[in-house]
Design a protein around this ligand. Sequence first.
Ligand code: SAH
Length: 243
Amino acid sequence: MTVQLVGAGPGEADLLTVRAARAIAAAEVVVFDRLVDRSVLELISPLADRYDVGKTPGQSSSQESTNELLIELGRSGRRVVRLKGGDPFVFGRGGEEALALTSAGVAFEIIPGLSSSLSGPLAAGIPVTHRGISRGVTIVTGHLIDGECNSFVHLANPELTLVVLMGVAHRAEIARQLILGGLTPDTPVAVIERAYTSSQRTVRTSLQRLGVTEIANPAIIVIGAVAAMSLNDITTELATAAW
Ligand code: SAH
């Protein structure tokens, strides 16, 4: 039996892939973390064992123990699902877990999920690319490796959309570096908190004001001209018409 690394999507369970939903329902053991929505956890069989690995503080040591847990469970021969928020391979440490399972000789399968990096902006009616406005999108972590390294200066490009995950804590510094890199202070910014959950919230601001704008984790920060767009109503109308 293999371990399945499953993308749980950004929130509500009806955004799971059919493959992911089937794997979750069939699991005998589920290992999940913090960002997995309650509605997704409700799909787990009441007979399945659950491991919540999201509560342990101290990320790096807990990743080690999660890897060990997955290896041990994988060897037990039961149906193991490792549920991860969004997509397993977008800042989800899915790659690290896949490597650990490979070195331990435990077979695994990876099931993709909707990443908050793309679906978060969409939840606020923001197309990450739009002809004539944005010709591409850069997805980046807001964890600064070194506050002094100015890594965001080089990401300043008015033709591209910047999507920052885990950027709440360092948002003032990120904005400072992007302005230093050449983005104008009035560049539109949208922040989408808890996309596709019952408490989703969108905040619109500018690069200049990002540092003083109150926002909370988990949130997606969208920087660039498209962040001024809000196609929500149209999306809703089209969806309704299609049904
Ligand atoms: N693998 C995940 C990302 C994990 S990193 C994915 O593909 O979506 C964790 C970061 O993802 C959070 O700090 C936040 O920036 C973002 N995030 C995840 N779920 C989110 C949601 N529902 N709404 C807003 N941001 C979210």
